[in-house]
Write a protein that binds this ligand. Structure first.
Ligand SMILES: [Cu+2]
Length: 196
């Protein structure tokens, strides 16, 4: 009885395969159609994206993991997470940053040991006076932005810089804006003209 059942199922399954052959052949065709649909969808999405301000407009072939370099444990330095020297960008562009070996705290939290907040120096050398607080830009400054304070403990920002080459450097400072001289390397980015 068992053998008979097996024969039956074998026969049945063979018959099924033959019956389904046209269907099996149809699968690649369906897949092809689905892929074509996918391409059409992607194209439609791209069109939609044109209408928005691209806030992550880093024009670079390097991936995020390639930008990230391992640091020895305990080393204190600040670094840009998503941009690197030589990148071309369009304003406004997103800049993400981080610090190792220190905590990030808002200015309002006051004096907390081994914490501070980020700054970006734009087109400026490192300050010469190691005890002077980092200056502030005038309000609504566009052409001559030099000192960005992230006193709320921010770790990313949107920079809106005029077209041209700009140098950027992170400098970490305490709640009085006095630098710890924990900084990043200076990098240069080229801000491209806005498309018309
Ligand atoms: Cu500050």
């Amino acid at each position: 009885m068992v053998a008979n059942f097996r024969q039956f199922t074998l026969k049945k399954s063979k018959a099924l395969v033959v019956d389904r052959l046209p269907a099996l052949l149809a699968v690649p065709l369906l897949l092809g159609a689905a892929l074509a649909c996918g391409h059409a969808l992607a194209a439609a999405k791209d069109k939609g994206a044109d209408k928005h301000v691209d806030t992550d407009s880093i024009i670079s072939t390097i991936s995020a993991s390639e930008r990230t370099r391992p640091f020895p444990v305990g080393e204190k330095l600040a670094y840009f997470v998503n941009i690197k020297d030589g990148d071309q960008v369009r304003s406004p562009f997103r800049v993400a940053f981080a610090v190792t070996g220190m905590g990030v705290a808002p200015v309002a939290a006051g004096d907390i040991h081994d914490t501070g907040h980020h700054h970006i120096l734009i087109d400026m050398p490192m300050p010469a006076d190691i005890k002077a607080p980092i200056p502030f830009d005038k309000q609504n400054e566009y052409q001559h932005q030099h000192y960005k304070h992230f006193g709320n403990g921010e770790t990313e920002t949107l920079l809106d810089l005029p077209a041209g080459k700009h140098t950027l450097r992170l400098l970490f400072a305490d709640h009085n804006h006095v630098p710890y001289y924990i900084s990043s390397k200076e990098i240069s980015v080229v801000v491209l003209d806005k498309p018309h």
